[in-house]
Design a protein around this ligand. Sequence first.
Ligand code: GLU
Length: 317
Amino acid sequence: MKRKLALLTLAGALSVPMVAAEFITIGTGSVTGTYYPTGGAICQMVNKNKKETNIRCSVESTGGSVYNVNTIKAGELDFGISQSDTAYQAFKGEGKFQGAAAVPELRSAIAIYPELLALVVSQKSGIKSITDLKGKKINLDSPGSGTHMTADLVFEAFGIKASDLALANELKVSEGPTMLQDNHIDGYFFVAGHPTANIKDAANSVDISIVPIDGPQIDVLLKKYPYYAKGIISGSYYKGVPNDVPSIGVKAVLVTSTKVKDEVVYQVVKTILDNFEKFKELHPSYKTITKESLLEGLSIPQHPGAIRAFKEAGILK
Ligand code: GLU
């Protein structure tokens, strides 16, 4: 009781807003991906301030973007990490989010880092381009992933149907490296921040290649869906992949809902901005990010709490 009083007095003296205890959960992806350690890094920073903010953060490993966005809609997650293409379609009610599945209450907080589509194949599969996929065994990731959604659009651009494949698996991307090693598949898709532990695991157990995602079909796709951008998966990241690989990418966006309090979103974003230099060191995917780039590629409107934090930090005018 005494301690509580002392804390309250201290909070008053420092004019720290005391909100009632808030327990927030961030939906991420599989544990060997990049979302999971990113959610962990954010929660760790948020929890360091829990005495002042009364916000306690925990991370959940999930199937990925589509699951996260749908679960935010259901009110069971407060935050999630989502590909910017998934967030855009959910907000607008396009693709698999049509009609009642739309998530107009979805809001962005920050656009954390770039993600690039990797088509990881075994060298012995002989797959050198997307057009070689016909008759091959490919894992597309689970239907709750953003990866599956992006892979579907790439297939559409190349006029490939799932039925053109010998096997179109929809298992979690975490199974990809083992399935490749056991010859159950010839390759798998993963949209991630690179380098990611999942693909390192695959590269360390099988001779892999990463297939270039380019050509006139991709130029058409980029015109149709302007939230994709060209990018390069560096030749320095994975064993067996010595050259840069062209691909397309999105942003990994921290998303939330209009139903989450301004003060909570404000504190989470403020914590990231206040500890930005330390945050940047936590994963190689953050190498090129800047405080300004956190506002690039948000793809959906920003939550008012996030806007307040960026304005206070002088990044948003
Ligand atoms: N972008 C992936 C997805 O939404 C997840 C990436 C990750 O786990 O790092 O399916």
